[in-house]
Design a protein around this ligand. Structure first.
Ligand code: TXA
Ligand code: MG
Length: 341
């Protein structure tokens, strides 16, 4: 794996981008930063190249990938039809942390869409990603650049830890900004449906598109999620993660109880909550929901087997980016505790 460290202000920026784009055009895989998480890219029009992504990640074949493009014109070249509300969203939030599921016109290889009639497309808001996409001149399929099932990577070191030796290149452009993945919205019906909450919030979508529906499969255990990826357990840390409802005093009570039982307990919570707790290891995620989103996956990766037995994490308000945070935490957690525990 060739690793380029780049600073967007420096002159070696273009050299790395050119080398990485050449690799992509040869059918190789290159990991690169976006504003959400690092992606593992391959030429979306080349089925063998796309297959390299599935093999490097150990990703199930039935889970489709997002095609990344640099411009709205390129996005339009991948789909048959864009409804008016989706046109408005694309105008308002591109480039940005949002992915549009639209009717596929067959430009992307079949393993990108996992044989579905739709294709997921996004324009990332990151100078390195945009430069790479422009230089490559083709749609680039890119899931998060982690081993399937693990937390998504928000730094180049996370990618290195998971995929070193399994991919051709890695562009290190520093930590990503948003920290959770893009919002995936189904734009094939009368109103947009949120298939995965993410960087663009439901409130932001409503401002532009009016009515917005959340896929019932995201919250109702009896409903099947519309997005194939949302049915898998995901974002799992090395040691069990338990969510704790009820605030700092409940959290402290449970920390004490688990430590008395001989467990080494790590805690993920807001900076404010951490300041009120005592424990073996406290990991302050930040002051507000945006900061918490940005540091969440780093927090989930920090505590290793052997050092700790259990991670306890507080729950956060499900407003704004909090919806994406809680969606990821519920998928990562194996248990939820309350004051009654
Ligand atoms: O922020 C992001 O979206 C990152 C960066 C790298 O761009 N990418 C990312 O990709 O999170 P991935 O593969 O980890 O997640 C893509 C999600 C999966 O849940 C997948 O099932 C869903 O999008 N998806 C892809 N194509 C779809 C389609 N045609 N219909 C419904 N869901 C789709
Ligand atoms: Mg992923």
């Amino acid at each position: 794996t060739i690793r380029w460290k780049i600073n967007t202000g420096e002159t070696d920026f273009l050299e790395a981008i050119e080398a990485a784009a050449a690799m992509l055009k040869e059918g190789k895989t290159v990991a690169f930063p976006t504003e959400t998480v690092y992606g593992l890219g391959a030429d979306a029009t080349n089925p063998q190249a796309v297959d390299n992504i599935f093999r490097a990640k150990g990703r199930p074949q039935d889970n489709p990938l997002i095609a990344h493009v640099a411009t709205i014109e390129q996005l339009k070249q991948l789909v048959t039809y864009i409804p008016p509300y989706a046109e408005k969203l694309i105008e308002a939030y591109s480039p940005g942390p949002i992915t549009y599921v639209l009717k596929d016109n067959g430009t992307c290889a079949e393993n990108v869409t996992a044989g579905l009639e739709t294709v997921a497309v996004r324009i990332p808001d990151h100078p390195v990603a945009l430069a790479l996409l422009k230089k490559t001149g083709r749609p680039v399929a890119a899931p998060s650049a982690n081993i399937s099932g693990k937390p998504s990577p928000t730094t180049a070191d996370h990618v290195w830890e998971d995929l070193q030796g399994k991919i051709a290149g890695l562009i290190d452009g520093g930590p990503t900004g948003v920290g959770v993945e893009s919002t995936v919205i189904d734009c094939t019906g009368d109103v947009p449906i949120i298939l995965r909450p993410g960087g663009i919030t439901k409130e932001q979508l409503e401002e532009v598109a009016g009515t917005v529906v959340i896929d019932p499969g995201l919250t109702d255990q009896k409903e099947k999620p519309k997005s194939p990826g949302m049915k898998y357990r995901h974002y799992a840390p090395e040691i069990p993660l338990w969510l704790v409802e009820g605030g700092p005093s409940v959290l402290q009570k449970l920390i004490d109880k688990k430590r008395k039982a001989g467990l080494k307990v790590a805690v993920l919570a807001s900076t404010m909550t951490c300041s009120q707790l005592e424990g073996d290891a406290l990991y302050p995620l930040g002051e507000d929901l945006a900061e918490i989103a940005a540091r969440l996956y780093e927090g989930l990766r920090t505590f290793k087997k052997g050092d700790y037995d259990l991670i306890l994490c507080e729950t956060f308000p499900e407003e704004g980016i909090g919806q994406a945070i809680m969606n990821r935490l519920r998928k990562a957690a194996s248990n939820t505790l309350t004051a009654a525990d």
